[in-house]
Design a protein around this ligand. Structure first.
Ligand SMILES: NC(=O)c1ccc[n+]([C@@H]2O[C@H](COP(=O)([O-])OP(=O)(O)OC[C@H]3O[C@@H](n4cnc5c(N)ncnc54)[C@H](OP(=O)(O)O)[C@@H]3O)[C@@H](O)[C@H]2O)c1
Length: 250
């Protein structure tokens, strides 16, 4: 993989993946690291200064068309005419942690806007660049779109869960369905499309009680992405299994 765009890379899992990629010797040329707000992105922007030849910070708000279009032009200019984008990792997401009695239309729609419409908007915007990267057989490292979902969106597993965040779980189940439909629609394109569950991770969203540090989780995520094969296409992959790429039922 020579290029990747990660949305929501100023903190949490997104930033952890940037750190993993830049710390391991590999053939990667450009890590396009998405952030929204300069004031909340100091760590990423400092890291990008340290590795200015590889990490390219890209301002992108996944809920805004204009922001996505602007980001696409920046990425395109950096890649140049002849190269496409090898991997789009739709990582940005929100969780309003709505319990049954908290459910309201505004918050439900807002989570859906970020977690479902957001990945769709970014995908639609960057699809031409990923298409440009296609070469030969379907290969995750050559041309891919990976949506970061959650085991909490699994309808099969939901009855075993101790509590429910209605907005979040409904939105991730919808993201899963979107991705399966999209993967089927583009099955002949040789773009690799799939979903990834990062595990329960100590981020702002995951909370301090989560079992995995960001570093542990992101090491496994990178191993997992590097190991994805045809049988993992259009599936929800448990990244905590690393190179085993265990499949979580929808
Ligand atoms: N942590 C876990 O245990 C866990 C488990 C399963 C799945 N996941 C999934 O993993 C992904 C990353 O989660 P995380 O734990 O790293 O969460 P986090 O620490 O809360 O970080 C969320 C990231 O998304 C960005 N973001 C939110 N709305 C955005 C928008 N409109 N445009 C661009 N960026 C936006 C945030 O940017 P700002 O700083 O600008 O807000 C931040 O970079 C999410 O999709 C989440 O659902 C996490």
């Amino acid at each position: 993989m020579k290029s990747i765009l990660i949305t929501g890379a100023n903190r949490g899992i997104g930033l952890g993946i940037v750190k993993q990629l830049v710390s391991n010797p590999s053939s990667i040329e450009f890590i396009f690291a998405g952030y929204r707000d300069v004031n909340k992105s100091k760590e990423l922007l400092d890291l990008a200064k340290e590795h200015s030849n590889v990490i390219i910070p890209i301002q992108i708000d996944v809920s805004d068309d204009e922001s996505c279009n602007k980001a696409k032009i920046e990425v395109e200019n950096k890649l140049g005419n002849s190269r496409g984008l090898n991997c789009l990792l739709n990582n940005a997401g929100v969780n309003k942690e709505l319990k049954f009695n908290d459910i309201n239309e505004k918050d439900m729609l807002d989570t859906y806007k970020h977690n479902v419409i957001g990945p769709w908007r970014v995908t639609k915007t960057f699809l031409p660049l990923v298409e440009k990267a296609v070469s030969g057989e379907r290969n995750v490292l050559q041309a891919s779109i990976i949506n970061v979902s959650s085991g909490m969106g699994s309808v099969t597993l939901a009855p075993t869960m101790p509590f429910f965040y209605f907005d979040y779980q409904c939105s991730k189940a919808a993201l899963d369905m979107f991705t399966v439909c999209f993967a089927e629609t583009l099955a002949k394109s040789n773009i690799y499309i799939t979903l990834l569950h990062p595990g329960w991770v100590q981020t702002e969203m995951g909370g301090a009680q989560a079992p995995l540090t960001i570093e542990e989780a992101c090491k496994s995520i990178v191993e997992c992405i590097n190991s994805m094969k045809n049988e993992h296409y259009g599936k929800l992959i448990d990244a905590t299994s690393g190179s085993s790429c265990a499949i979580i039922p929808f």
